[in-house]
Write a protein of this length. Structure first.
Length: 220
């Protein structure tokens, strides 16, 4: 497999796509290729959080998307909102859906992956299934379209582990296209980016407690 060289060059057009904002929350449509938070070295300083703070100085991160994943993220704009939103994510009270294109034709139409995950420490940040030490990780999935040796699925994560959707699809024998951690050969070469997108996000507004729902059309 010819691995694409990793050069951090986050997209700048558009620079920041704000779907909604008020005094308490900021909802952003994240493009593929940008970190959610700064990396450890100066060359990884540009991220969604730093860009958001340029216009919303009090913005704080309550959840993350992988660099290669696109889609909806919510940030808090004050301490009360941060605490409330963080509690919702921790208690699994938010609803999230993702769209992915995976390699191969999945036999069934829908199912659930229930496999505990832990960091594969020698190969971090990769994750792996570990029935003794892994944290509970559950993903529901449903086929929405079949292509030539490719299946488009909608994913419904019930937990929020790092790389959960990527490892769970791999465990079915159907890695996500373009995945530079878990796809190999034709599955890796089939797309120029990770074919994973956070399509919808629903949660309670941290102040009004009204249900907020946001959607970002899948770009692939």
């Amino acid at each position: 497999m010819a691995v694409r060289p990793y050069i951090y060059n986050p997209p700048t057009d558009p620079y920041l796509t704000v779907l909604y904002s008020d005094e308490d929350i900021l909802v952003i449509d994240k493009p593929s290729g940008i970190l959610s938070v700064p990396g450890r070295t100066p060359d990884l300083a540009d991220c969604l959080h730093s860009r958001a703070k340029e216009s919303f100085s009090h913005a704080t991160v309550v959840h993350r998307l992988d660099r290669a994943t696109s889609g909806i993220m919510v940030m808090a704009l004050n301490k009360k909102a941060h605490v409330h939103l963080s509690e919702q994510f921790a208690a699994r009270e938010t609803d999230k859906t993702y769209v992915a294109r995976v390699w191969g034709n999945i036999k069934d139409e829908a199912g659930t992956v229930d496999l505990p995950l832990i960091c594969d420490w020698p190969n971090r940040p990769k994750q792996m299934v570990d029935f003794k030490r892994g944290k509970p990780s559950i993903t529901d999935w449903k086929v929405i379209e079949r292509e030539d040796n490719i299946t488009r699925v909608r994913l419904y994560p019930k937990t929020g582990r790092s790389h959960q959707l990527r490892v769970h699809m791999l465990s079915l024998g159907h890695p996500i296209l373009g995945d530079d951690f878990y796809a190999e050969g034709d599955a890796y070469d089939a797309a120029e980016r990770l074919q994973l997108h956070a399509e919808t996000l629903s949660f309670k507004h941290p102040v009004t407690l009204e249900k907020c729902s946001f959607e970002s059309p899948c770009p692939f």
